[in-house]
Design a protein around this ligand. Sequence first.
Ligand SMILES: [Fe+2]
Length: 380
Amino acid sequence: MPATVTPLRTPPSHPQSRRPAHVQALQRPPALVKVCELAFLRFEVPDLDATEAFLLDFGMRRTERTADSLVMRGTGASPCIYAATRGPKARFVGSAFTVPAGTDLERLAERSGGRRLDPKAIPGGGQGIELIDPAGHSVWLLRDRPALEPLPVREPLLAMTNTVLHKPRINAGVRAPVEPAAVVRLGHVAIQTADFPTMSQWYMRHLGLIPTDVQYLSDGSPALSFFRLDLGDEPADHHTFVIVGGLEDKVEHSAYEVVDLDAVGQGQQVLRAKGHKHLWGIGRHVLGSQIFDYWFDPNGLQFEHYTDGDVFTADFETHYSEFDLGSIWAWGVDIPPAMKPRMSPAVLWRVLKLVLAKKLAPQRLKLFGQAIGIPARPWM
Ligand SMILES: [Fe+2]
């Protein structure tokens, strides 16, 4: 077993001020704006009917549907957490964030190279601008978003959990309803990029994101970062945006918060019964701590249910830990092959082009291969 395999202990994590000498800090550039919410994600899909059926079973609610578009919400106040239009093949189009009320959009567009959006094109309403990130993803910055009346959602069962020290539930059982896991809100999106340094700098500068946890390769170079929103003293999710340094520019997954652990479990039952394709879970992540369950939609895109994630205020120091597959989850079944990088001829060709263009150093590719090659749970 390689010396760096540490399956039965939590990988060490170092605050930035006390990180090992060889670990490079992910320096934060001055921010053009500090976004305050991940509003929704935009996709193109070939089959809106099949996609809508999956999302309903996943626990979202439909707010708008035409022959060529679909808008979904959660039980929270956001008028839209997911928007899709009909397209020739499934693809992630981009993300939409809200900016603080009163943000001068004209000035922001000038400084960030954005263009004004037609308000009629914004699902759920409001006004905003569009930026294009270095990988070509659309990023919308919106304000004046109307809020909807939240929909009723059951109380979390945790308050009535019997523990060894405290047993509040007497003469009663645990009876979570068998129903789709009511999605309350959009939590985060993770994207992979072949150019981690450029993309991480761009998102910190244009959205004001804070790196909560950075993972580095064995040479100390950052390769993955979990970013949270800068909400000052208000606690923000451990990550709202994740950038994974890899071989391609694509979406990894999007994640949606549900009311509690029993919603994750009962939601899994419903999705299985409806014949949807399971990906990974139930387990608990290490960085962010969420209890998770991952699914494929009919387009092969990855959707995560989660609950019990960590939250941090803006002053919490960035932490650094070494990247390997085993650091992704604390317990649960082994990570499936579909979540590991795959070497297809198309990916190999892309890698070759990146190496020839000097955008990807062969040494970095080797270190990345070593990190993901370490068996996470060798006994599985
Ligand atoms: Fe996630």
